[in-house]
Design a protein around this ligand. Structure first.
Ligand SMILES: C[S@@+](CC[C@H](N)C(=O)[O-])C[C@H]1O[C@@H](n2cnc3c(N)ncnc32)[C@H](O)[C@@H]1O
Length: 249
């Protein structure tokens, strides 16, 4: 058994003393991580600073993370000369860069709530057609008329997948999900696309869904091994089989 596993076992020890040791070790390790890891520090501080506005704390991202979805969207919007695209929850910008390849003539706005992430974006991706905005900025409030809005791995909480008892969603609830979907829905042009993946709830459960139809392409509907929660925040299944790309009528 590794040292890490041994330490984790202390959490469930019958003896209060060992459970106390576990809590001390955990706090100590979190402290070390906080001071040595800039990304982790930024995630923690953003969570503290923006409280209820904050959804997913992890900033994990990767280039070309959803190739099937990106390709289908690029095909659908191919007749639009200069599409306007929003990457909501853009993290450190790889999604914006990737979308730049799928949509070579597009202007792309990346939005995030984490200032550290936005600084990485501005440092790394300097093309004039890319811009990066804070989620709570007046510029984002005013931004609209997007041909596609990508909302990938944002409307979720890691804890809803990882805590032992996740029979009900906690921290990030359906009401917040629906509110954020409604805000983004206002920013999608008629005929445009709403793209959502890796979320705790189903887009189809929101009141906005009646304005959309799922885009017909293979693998639009994908099985993901993560809990599905309903409008009342109750876990209704261990896996999801949700559509990801919706066209606005
Ligand atoms: C896991 S990353 C997803 C990055 C990228 N979209 C992807 O799928 O690879 C989630 C991002 O959402 C951001 N985020 C959390 N709450 C947000 C909010 N209220 N508005 C905008 N971004 C938010 C986090 O700061 C983080 O960068």
């Amino acid at each position: 058994m590794s040292v890490r596993e041994r330490i984790r076992e202390l959490k469930h020890s019958r003896f209060a003393g060992w459970r106390f040791v576990y809590r001390c070790l955990r706090q100590g390790l979190l402290g070390i991580e906080f001071f040595s890891n800039r990304r982790f520090r930024a995630e923690t501080l953003t969570k503290l600073r923006f409280g209820k506005h904050f959804h997913q704390s992890a900033t994990f991202t990767a280039p070309d993370r959803y190739p099937v979805v990106f390709r289908a969207c690029a095909d659908y919007l191919s007749s639009i000369e200069k599409p306007r695209i929003l990457s909501f929850g853009c993290s450190t910008g790889e999604e914006v860069e990737t979308l730049g390849h799928y949509f070579p003539a597009a202007t792309i706005v990346g939005v995030d709530i984490n200032d550290w992430s936005l600084r990485q974006c501005r440092k790394k991706y300097k093309e004039q057609r890319f811009s990066f905005l804070h989620r709570l900025s007046p510029e984002f409030d005013a931004a609209q008329d997007f041909d596609a809005v990508f909302c990938m791995a944002v409307l979720q909480r890691t804890e809803n997948r990882t805590t032992g008892d996740n029979s009900a969603a906690q921290g990030f609830l359906f009401g917040q999900f629906e509110e954020e979907v409604a805000l983004l829905h206002q920013k999608v042009k008629s005929g445009g696309l709403f793209v959502i993946d890796n979320a705790d709830f189903s887009f189809m459960d929101t009141s906005c869904a009646e304005h959309y139809i799922p885009l017909p392409f293979i693998k639009n509907q994908l099985r993901r091994e993560r809990p599905a929660f309903d409008r009342n925040n109750r876990k209704i299944a261990q896996s999801q089989y949700y559509y990801r790309v919706f066209a606005k009528g």
